[in-house]
Design a protein around this ligand. Sequence first.
Ligand code: 6PG
Length: 248
Amino acid sequence: MMTPELWVMPDESELARAGAEIFVRCARESVSKRGRFSVMLSGGNTPKKMLELLAGAEFLDQVSWKVTHVFWGDERLVPSDHPDSNFHMAWEALLQLTPIPPDQIHRVRTELAQAKGVAAVIDDYERQIRDFGSNFDLIYLGMGEDGHTASLFPGTSIPAEGGRLVLATKAPSQPVNRISISPQVISNARQVSVIVSGEKKARTLQSVLEGPFDPKRYPVQWVHSRDGETLWIVDERAASLLSQRLSA
Ligand code: 6PG
């Protein structure tokens, strides 16, 4: 396993720019090597600026959208047009502005839960991932203040290697169930990029990167690409308690 790389960016806008540049670089390399680009997006607020940048004139035409496939690392069990939906956020910020073919947008089909329950959503999304081939070119992840990533929260029981690729979870103190990829999907990726911003996450980031390995407590410690690159891109505020500063 390669050692994770850490980039410290001066502020949120430079953080978003670095994330967008990784997207473009990875897309270019993947298309030239394999004729397509597969990317798994994270949810939450941090990625929004990056997605909006990718939709802008500076970046939009640098990506071969016609051969790009988009998945999500997790989703909330809400309708796809709900404001809390990770798909909805990416659609509004970026995807609706690209020429990506609709059947290359592989969203978590949360609507299946109404008639067939959460298990149907999990089975369907796991099938989408397995049918596609679960070695994604690029997986973006965030980190919560509690050290969660995707929707793997502290205490979540993690499927064994070779087990399920998708699981149902629940965010503490939130009413909505979640769907999340397992750490196995993350470690199969060619490149993983964890993007973290804000001083509220500084204490957790210091424990995660410099403290003992305790993924039950800090699930984001599961994050690594087994054979590829693991890149942490953080802003100065989130990095403020780190002892080593390998800046970009
Ligand atoms: C989600 C995300 C989640 C997110 C972290 C950080 O569905 O909420 O996938 O894992 O990345 O909670 O969220 P912020 O970027 O909003 O701080």
